[in-house]
Design a protein around this ligand. Structure first.
Ligand SMILES: Cc1cc2nc3c(=O)[nH]c(=O)nc-3n(C[C@H](O)[C@H](O)[C@H](O)COP(=O)(O)OP(=O)(O)OC[C@H]3O[C@@H](n4cnc5c(N)ncnc54)[C@H](O)[C@@H]3O)c2cc1C
Length: 399
């Protein structure tokens, strides 16, 4: 039986572990965090293509049951005018829309499935170095512990040490010019927003929110910051971020200022980065998946879904192809063009969110957007994002 060491218990890590386990592999997951945290990392959209992978793991309903179904995105101007509604999923198929869920819940659903399958997960295991021989790969962790396998799969996120082991000259993540912030709130009297997320092109910053049936508000903002600010951004406290956000959104329509007034807990403030054009996704016995090789900024709502697609694809290739070198090459061939296209799609959305426009520019955008969004409602041109189907039962193609 072949043995894989999987680094990272985010999204791609547990998913690839579950598929490989199903294919008869012995797998073990090593996660840097000391313990699971259901409240870490805000919330994310799992799109229909990601849900299709979860379905094949028998986890779709578990996740949907804990999330907020959001097949529609209602877009608003800074003056409170509704600009239009666009689908969060394939056009004219609201039943296949995305689900917004706390990131920690997605992690938990996957982690519980891993534990039910008897796959070991070690927390507090931060990968430090990788060493390969002809016969095996050895991982060394920060606390000195080691592990040995036939393969190592780096599902260790955008800051992946595995990516650097594969290619020390691999490109670094790029800053989008936007800082993402977000959190949770309860606003007295604010009604639930069934099946909908609201997006507001605010005067000085972009804002999104939804209200769950239990009245909890999930909100986020994207504010424009030059790259030179980047090192300083990480030091800003929650209180300082909230003060800045309240100021930036003070003149925006209800309920944006009210949500910020009632925001509670930590506000996650992070520079939004992405990563594309990583030339080598594997070397020797080591391969990387998910954000480690192609990070998509949150604007596309696709990062977690692509990580799930990578997981099923890599496991299929390892199951069906004669050796790991052939499997890794086929996996990259199948995945890279799609991942690059989604990164490009998210970059185009980010351009709209950056506030570089003059008052006149904003007026023109608000005048043009309704026409554009009216078309977008039934436009099937983005369906390629959502209609990507990867069936576990089908044999991986040989390139
Ligand atoms: C605020 C925010 C909002 C987002 N919104 C969306 C959205 O709406 N929809 C969407 O699909 N995607 C969204 N994304 C992107 C999405 O979260 C990622 O694309 C997805 O989590 C990638 O999964 P992954 O498994 O590759 O990496 P991750 O989920 O980042 O998991 C990597 C794991 O590896 C661990 N790790 C890191 N280094 C080491 C090490 N040295 N040793 C051991 N373990 C290590 C980390 O602790 C982590 O648990 C968002 C991202 C952010 C930051």
């Amino acid at each position: 039986m072949s043995r894989a060491l999987i680094i990272g218990s985010g999204v791609a890590g547990p998913a690839v572990a579950l598929f490989l386990h199903r294919a008869g592999w012995q797998v073990e997951i090593f996660e840097a965090a000391e313990q699971p945290d259901e409240y870490a990392g805000l919330f994310l959209n799992v799109a229909s293509n990601g849900l299709a992978v979860l379905e094949q793991l028998g986890l779709r309903e578990r996740l949907v049951g804990e999330g907020h179904r959001a097949p529609h995105m209602a877009m608003w101007s800074s003056t409170g005018k509704q600009l239009g509604t666009v689908p969060n999923g394939p056009a004219r198929e609201p039943d296949r829309g995305g689900v917004v869920v706390r990131r920690g819940i997605l992690h938990r659903v996957l982690r519980e499935a891993v534990q039910e399958a008897g796959i070991p997960i070690t927390f507090g295991a931060r990968l430090e170095s990788i060493h390969e021989t002809d016969a095996a790969v050895h991982a060394t962790f920060a606390d000195g512990r080691t592990a040995t396998g036939d393969l190592l799969i780096g599902a260790d996120g955008i800051g992946s040490p595995t990516r650097l082991h594969i290619d020390p000259a691999a490109p670094a993540p790029e800053y989008s010019g936007l800082v993402g912030l977000g959190g949770f709130a309860h606003v007295p009297g604010l009604a639930a927003t069934p099946e909908t997320q609201h997006m507001v092109f605010g005067r000085r910053s972009f804002f999104g929110y939804l209200v769950r049936d239990d009245s909890e508000v999930y909100w986020f903002a994207n504010i424009t910051h030059p790259a030179t600010d980047r090192p300083a951004l990480r030091k800003v406290s929650t209180g300082e971020w909230l003060a800045e956000l309240r100021e930036l959104h003070a003149d925006d329509p209800y309920p944006v200022p009210q949500i910020l007034e009632h925001a509670s807990g930590e506000v996650g403030g992070y520079p939004i980065d992405d990563l594309a054009h990583v030339p080598h996704w594997s070397r020797g016995r080591v391969v990387a998946v998910g954000d480690a090789v192609h990070a998509i900024s949150p604007s596309a709502g696709q990062g977690a879904s692509l990580a799930l697609e990578d997981a099923i694809t890599l496991a299929r290739c390892l199951r069906d192809l004669p050796d790991h070198s052939a499997a890794f090459a086929e996996y990259q061939r199948l995945r890279q063009p799609r991942a690059e296209a989604v990164v490009g799609y998210a970059r185009a959305i980010n351009k709209q969110k950056r506030v570089t426009k003059s008052r006149l520019g904003i007026a023109i955008r608000d005048a043009m957007l309704p026409m554009f969004l009216k078309k977008a409602r039934d436009d099937t041109r983005n369906d390629w994002l959502y209609n990507h189907s990867i069936e576990w039962e089908q044999r991986a193609p040989i390139g």
